[in-house]
Design a protein around this ligand. Structure first.
Ligand code: AKG
Ligand code: FE2
Length: 382
């Protein structure tokens, strides 16, 4: 059964028939027990900043989630693509993503259990032939409207990608390359997407997705947990020289230089008038495969349907509304997480039963919550 554990019918008051994957997700005790036991965050830290966890969910749940993604009509997927353009803070990328679709809400809710109290922004992704993401480090700010109406700036802190790729082979491309793990070689460690596995890492971390060579779609759930404040600097234009140096070093197979980390977070800062400070990072890292060195960050999550409570002043309205701009930087960055249900407080918190959150150890209290974890707060990224 693997670490994911569980099987249809194993739990719940569903005597006489098997529990469906949706029922399993709605069964807070089962879902939280499964996610908590992986202790994703601790595993990431122990592994030095990036970890892969296999057999993440019970097989029938993984199958259910794949069904959700496969049944999303083409028209719902937001294609996002951009060429590398440092002036626009774009990195070269293309893929499709969506935040809202039948059944996806529950799936995303499940992944929020990785860090229950945190604000987050998750999407489903579909990569087709030639889709890819050039090297980047995921640094970005996301503005979040809290229940109170207050708007705060957050920084991506923990990236989580869940792969729904069966029997994926390296030659299909779509390989996640961890450019910061050079123990495996100067061009980084390669993670061939593995069915029902999670790769999680602390942001910032340079990585890339190599171009797909297959007609098979590469499905995943991906997103970030966000922390209030500005936890790192973003590209301002001065990084260009550093970027060039890194590119040169990468070409010569030298180790990338570690960037000094800056703690810039002003917690819970009111940020309504800081549009000028948003933007994507920009700096180069060694390329993976044929991918050129590129800016350090792309905006990531796409899908802008619904839940945008108020148009952001600098929102990009490109051809692919929201999604198109979602991997672009600077002026487009607001759009990146637009439409996200940034469900900060977990059900437990919202319900005042609050035990689930302690990240202190592997064992956490499990709190039974009402079906569908009612009462979860819904914050919105704007
Ligand atoms: O899908 C992956 O393997 C990584 C995706 C990624 O890096 C991103 O969306 O920023
Ligand atoms: Fe990324």
């Amino acid at each position: 059964m693997g670490r994911g554990g569980g099987k249809p019918g194993a739990r719940g008051a569903h005597a006489g028939r098997k529990q469906t994957w949706q029922e399993w997700i709605d069964d807070y005790e089962a879902a939280s027990e499964c996610i908590f036991k992986h202790d994703v965050e601790a595993t990431v830290i122990e592994a030095g900043g990036l970890a892969r966890i296999s057999s993440f969910l019970p097989e029938f749940v993984a199958e259910g989630i794949l069904t959700v993604l496969k049944s999303i009509p083409d028209s719902k997927w937001n294609e996002t693509a951009a060429r590398e353009d440092y002036r626009q803070n774009n990195i070269s990328h293309s893929f499709s993503s969506v935040k809202q679709a039948n059944g996806l809400d529950a799936v995303i809710r499940l992944f929020t259990l990785v860090r229950p109290e945190a604000l987050h922004a998750f999407s489903a992704a579909k990569y087709c032939k030639r889709d890819h993401i050039a090297p980047h480090d995921d640094r970005a700010y996301t503005q979040v409207r809290l229940d109170s109406g207050r708007i705060i700036t957050t920084s991506r802190d923990l990236a989580v990608i869940y792969y729904l790729t069966k029997d994926w082979k390296e030659e299909y491309g779509g390989v996640l390359v961890d450019l910061e793990d050079t123990a495996a070689g100067p061009s980084g460690r390669r993670y061939v997407p593995q069915w029902n596995s999670v790769v999680a890492f602390k942001v910032p971390r340079y990585h890339a997705v190599t171009a797909l060579t297959t007609d098979r779609p590469r499905y995943s759930i991906f997103g970030w947990f966000l922390l209030p404040g500005k936890r790192y600097p973003l590209f301002t234009g001065d990084d260009l020289e550093q970027h060039k140096q890194r590119t040169l070093r990468a070409k010569h197979g030298q180790q990338p230089e570690q960037e000094p980390e800056e703690e810039g977070g002003e917690d819970e800062e009111e940020d309504k008038d800081e549009e000028g400070e948003e933007g994507e990072g920009l700096a180069a890292e060694e390329g993976a495969e044929e991918v050129q060195a590129a800016p350090r960050s792309h905006a990531g999550a796409a899908g802008s349907r619904g839940r945008i409570e108020q148009p952001a002043p600098k929102r990009h309205r490109g051809a692919e509304a929201g999604a198109a701009s979602s991997h672009q930087g600077h002026s487009e960055r607001r759009t990146e997480d637009a439409g996200a249900v940034v469900g900060g407080a977990s059900a437990a918190m919202a319900m005042g039963s609050g035990q689930v959150g302690s990240r202190g150890g592997a064992v956490r209290s499990i709190v039974r919550l009402p079906g569908r974890w009612q009462g979860r707060r819904k914050h919105a990224c704007i």
